[in-house]
Design a protein around this ligand. Structure first.
Ligand code: SF4
Length: 307
């Protein structure tokens, strides 16, 4: 194919992806009130595709946002052997964004604490998080932006359900346990495959996370493969599952601490989501609900109260 027409195709694809990511990030920011006028947002940059894309889209939105907010990129150099120290500073200087590189040898701590052969990612991430939280205080950032996306959120949800016995995931916005830091995840609505393609087309200088030689948590890997398999065999299922996470009906689960089942009384519908007690069938499989979930509208609704 002629180079000009290939360039044009790449540019068109890039524009399309950028528009979609901008829209999804904008929607997530608005839905969760992630960024407000006057905020100083510390954007955590690991050198992976997700954080590059997050910074890129936030900078883009900053230009047209009706509010004023500051963005400061921060990378934590954890002193993993082989970490190419110059890549991030060079990139950040080239795009003219204020930034800090924080140097902390968490690698040595992790290596001295975790037994040989065991995955080090959990402790490594915890130490990274602690250091970054502390640094946000130092630079007066009132929000910390992390690059987790929709697929990370779903993976974490299944990890907690399968291995932890909890319905719990990574929320798009949360306050740290000590109440001092506000964490936001502006990519919460964005799909990993879009981010990966965008990062490739934008030619971000990616630094692989596994330079340290650690393997990703095996359980997370299993969940990732399960979700990717579903995405292939049941297109639309991932979208439907993510919608479900945004559409919780506490009165139709079984957590008596979340919903006051003990206090439930006839004729009193306090806390019950209107329409929650409606069977929508058939719901056995995604194929039957339609690839993008729109088939739900065609499904027969049976109000059990009228049976
Ligand atoms: S792969 Fe290495 S650097 Fe990345 S989170 Fe795991 S232990 Fe940390």
């Amino acid at each position: 194919m002629h180079t000009d027409s290939l360039d044009k195709q790449i540019k068109t694809r890039l524009n399309k992806l950028q528009k979609r990511l901008r829209r999804e990030v904008g929607q997530a920011i608005a839905a969760f009130n992630m960024i407000e006028d006057g905020d100083k947002v510390m954007v955590c940059l690991s050198g992976g595709k997700d954080s590059y894309a997050m910074l890129d889209i936030l900078l883009n939105l900053q230009k047209s946002a009706p509010i004023r907010f500051e963005l400061v990129a921060v990378n934590l150099d954890q002193k993993q052997p082989g970490f190419p120290e110059e890549i991030l500073p060079n990139y950040l200087e080239s795009i003219g964004v204020p930034f800090h590189i924080v140097e902390r040898d968490t690698y040595s701590i992790v290596k001295s604490v975790v037994p040989e052969g065991k995955t080090t990612c959990a402790l490594c991430s915890r130490l990274r998080r602690g250091t970054l939280y502390g640094f946000a205080d130092e630079i007066g950032a009132n929000k910390i932006a992390l690059g987790h996306h929709r697929d990370d959120i779903l993976e974490t949800f299944f990890l907690n359900m399968f291995y932890g016995g909890k319905l719990k995931s990574m929320p798009p916005k949360l306050v740290s346990d000590d109440g001092k830091n506000m964490v936001i995840r502006p990519l919460a609505y964005a799909r990993e495959k879009d981010i990966a393609e965008y990062a490739e087309l934008r030619e971000f200088p990616i630094i692989p996370c596994n330079l340290c030689g650690s393997q990703e948590n095996l359980q997370r890997q299993v969940i990732k493969e399960m979700l990717q398999g579903w995405d292939k065999t049941n297109p639309g299922r991932i979208e439907t599952m993510f919608r479900a996470l945004c559409n919780v009906v506490p009165s139709h689960l079984a957590d008596h601490q979340l919903f006051d089942f003990k206090g439930l009384q006839l004729g009193f519908a306090h806390g019950i989501v209107p329409g929650a007690d409606t069977i929508m069938g058939p719901l056995d499989d995604d194929e039957e609900t339609g690839a993008n979930g729109s088939g739900v509208q065609m499904m027969e609704k049976i109000d059990i109260l009228s049976l």
